[in-house]
Ligand binder design. Structure first.
Ligand code: NAD
Length: 262
């Protein structure tokens, strides 16, 4: 088991479940201390315990709503004080939000999805940057999606898709702005991954008719490795966090078993 992140600290948002949780376990296995930013719930506490079972004291859960600027600023500062700096940032928290036809989507619903997915990404990076600079560099990874970048078939998800496209633009801008500080910024676009994300979908009456399930052409096998698992994505996150990807920044990396090619 390589210890590529020994002595390093990672902030992971949405760390209580799914992709964020898998990344927290993966980075901790390779020596990182991990600050788990999520809404306080049983899953987040369980993740904290699981990581601390790998190495005692490696994890600390922070009760944070990523769209809350004051809470984010404070939690980032506390992380730096607790672990002695910040080297890796995984801006990953996200929700599907309300799925509805555009004409029915309320402005409050639209704003809530944008607040979590876009404000959350911005605030995570904004408050972490001074600490990454202090360390002489670092790696930022942002979770977007193929939805909003390569595939536009999830009808009713206009707000979600807008945030996922926006995260790609933000990551590319940030990669250029931060390159001189040796801070790399990359954005990953997963396809369908088995997580709890569907719980974050606020169902409306017309939902079933709005979402068109992805149908793959007869005989095609898009998923090279079976349905996507959080651990598949965690392996990519670990690579992008590590020095092995030192020449990769501003990149948008699809991880979907070829799902979006169909
Ligand atoms: P998940 O629901 O299993 O985990 C997301 C976590 O984010 C949860 O623990 C949730 O509590 C947390 N979260 C939600 N709102 C928050 C807020 N305001 N503040 C702090 N934490 C908050 O889902 P996941 O699939 O692991 O999602 C992680 C990311 O992956 C999301 O950005 C999602 O859009 C993206 N993604 C998921 C898939 C998929 O198929 N699962 C595909 C492409 C992209």
């Amino acid at each position: 088991n390589p210890q590529r992140f020994a002595g390093q600290t990672a902030i992971i948002t949405g760390a209580g479940s799914g992709i964020g949780k898998a990344a927290a376990l993966r980075l901790a296995q390779e020596g990182a201390n991990v600050a788990l930013f999520d809404l306080l719930n049983d899953r987040t506490s369980e993740t904290e315990q699981e990581v601390n079972a790998i190495r005692s004291g490696a994890a600390r859960a922070f009760d944070v709503d990523v769209s809350d600027p004051a809470r984010m600023e404070k939690a980032v500062l506390e992380t730096a004080e607790l672990f002695g700096g910040i080297d890796i940032v995984f801006a990953n928290a996200g929700i599907n939000g309300v799925v509805a036809p555009i004409e029915d989507l309320k402005i409050e619903e639209w704003r809530r999805t944008l607040a979590t997915n876009l404000d959350g990404t911005f605030l995570t990076v904004k408050y972490a940057v001074p600490h990454l600079k202090k360390q002489g560099g670092g790696s930022v990874i942002i979770t977007s999606s193929i939805n909003g970048n390569r595939r536009f078939t999830s009808f009713g998800m206009s707000a979600y898709s807008t945030t996922k496209a926006g995260q790609v633009a933000f990551a590319k801008m940030a990669s250029l702005e931060l390159a001189k500080f040796k801070i790399r910024v990359n954005v990953i676009c997963p396809g369908a991954i088995s997580t709890n994300i569907d719980e974050s979908t606020e169902k409306t009456d017309g939902l079933k008719e709005i979402i068109i399930p992805i149908k793959f052409p007869e005989g095609s096998q898009p998923l090279a490795n079976g349905p996507g698992q959080p651990e598949h994505v965690a392996d990519l996150v670990a690579f992008l966090a590590s020095d092995e990807s030192r020449h990769i920044t501003g990149a948008q990396i699809v991880i979907d078993g070829a799902e979006s090619l169909l």
